[in-house]
Design a protein around this ligand. Structure first.
Ligand code: GDP
Length: 361
């Protein structure tokens, strides 16, 4: 799937850069353009991709911090600037536009605003990659993410969710883990984009871009799983390799842990074509059907010159999964807590305003 990427905010910009790098290093050439959008100059400077600085009259290059409302205002006023920066970058070869954003902070509204504007202007699907804050991040992040996600799901054609807790190893802080998390995102999403691209001698079993688009057609929230293992030269000995990488991709390697119930799924098996066991693929697909409860499980190979075999599992329509319900509940509770705290502060202010006593200092 030939894509043009738009990274919004710091997380969006960094993940977009990692994706561009992965696509380039692997020689896939599925990413046809990339732009990072931010209101903070410092966040754009380290990036190796094209950038556009927005909201200068309001925040003067310092960003909006965690202020969701200001972020929304800045991006609304600058939607035109973003759209004109994109002009000419979204060429006829682009098969999808992908907006990447961290949902925890200000870029949430920006991401969804861009998705809406882009959807109005361009004919190709507009997908979002939304990064959920980790459980350890503050209440404000959870509230922002809940709000952003709700609207993003409405505005984008589908939103691939990445939980920041998914690939973060214990013992390191979330910030320390960002580089490796971003690499994990780039590998999975990069392989998904490259599916159906860069393939010589297309055979019947080779995955096609339309399968990705059709899997995401149900809209809503999507998740992406990946796992790989050493493979044997003989495909017959690889039956179990194919089934076990598929199981691991879905059960332990997914971007949204515990989200296995889905409306649709796509199983891509990557590796040397002569090593891919047809029997293994058949069994793995059956297993994905049972596990997701979906009758719409597509599949295909991704010929790749590697000593390993890998499974990439794209799930469409996972919003009814326990993980999503848990997250929305957490966001709701955080919002109620923030409201209670604001009311308590107001009560305290009132109490002291009504007091006839002079303050001591
Ligand atoms: P900004 O201040 O408006 O640019 O907000 P960010 O884009 O930094 O969004 C904050 C959210 O993104 C938080 O939930 C962070 O945990 C997450 N985040 C920030 N940087 C990264 C990163 O490099 N990778 C990942 N995966 N998440 C990030």
């Amino acid at each position: 799937m030939k894509t043009v990427l738009i990274g919004v905010g710091q997380a969006g910009g960094k993940v977009t850069s990692s994706l561009v790098e992965f696509d380039h290093d692997m020689g896939f050439d599925a990413v046809k353009g990339a732009l990072a959008v931010n209101s903070a100059k410092a966040d754009l400077q380290p990036l190796d991709i094209d950038t556009v600085l927005v909201g200068q009259d309001r925040v003067k290059g310092h960003g909006v911090g965690g202020d969701n409302e200001l972020g929304a205002a800045v991006m609304q006023s600058d939607a035109g600037e973003v759209m004109s920066a994109l002009d000419g970058r979204i060429t006829a070869e682009a098969e999808a536009i992908v907006v990447v954003a961290g949902l925890g902070a200000a870029p949430g509204p920006a991401g969804r605003r861009s998705a809406r504007e882009l959807n109005k202007v361009y004919d190709v699907p507009v997908y979002a990659i939304g990064i959920l804050p980790g459980r350890g991040e503050g209440a404000m992040y959870q509230v922002n993410a809940g709000r952003s996600l709700k609207t993003l799901v409405r505005e984008a054609d589908a939103t691939i969710l990445i939980d920041n807790d998914a690939w973060h190893s214990s013992g390191e802080s979330l910030e320390e883990g960002f580089d490796s998390i971003n690499d994990s995102i780039a590998r999975r999403v990069g392989l998904l984009f490259a599916s159906g691209e860069n393939v010589e001698g297309v055979g019947e079993s080779v995955v096609d871009t339309s399968e990705v688009i059709n899997t995401l057609r149900s809209g809503g929230v999507a998740a992406l799983g990946y796992a790989s293992a050493e493979a044997d030269d003989d495909p017959d000995t690889n039956i179990n390799v194919v089934t076990s990488v598929t199981r691991n991709a879905l059960l332990t390697g997914t971007s949204l842990p515990n989200a296995t119930k889905a409306d649709s799924a796509l199983l891509v098996v990557a590796g040397k074509p002569e090593r891919i066991s047809r029997k293994g693929v058949e069994r793995a697909r059956k297993w994905v059907e049972e596990e997701t409860g979906s009758m719409q499980v597509r599949g295909g190979d991704f010929p790749l010159d590697s000593e390993r075999l890998a499974a990439l599992v794209l799930l469409g329509g996972v919003e009814r999964s326990t993980r999503m319900e848990e997250f929305m509940q957490r966001a709701k509770e955080a919002r109620e807590e923030a409201k209670r705290q604001a009311e308590a502060r107001e009560d305290t202010d009132k109490l002291f305003q009504n007091d006839d006593l002079d303050s001591l200092i």
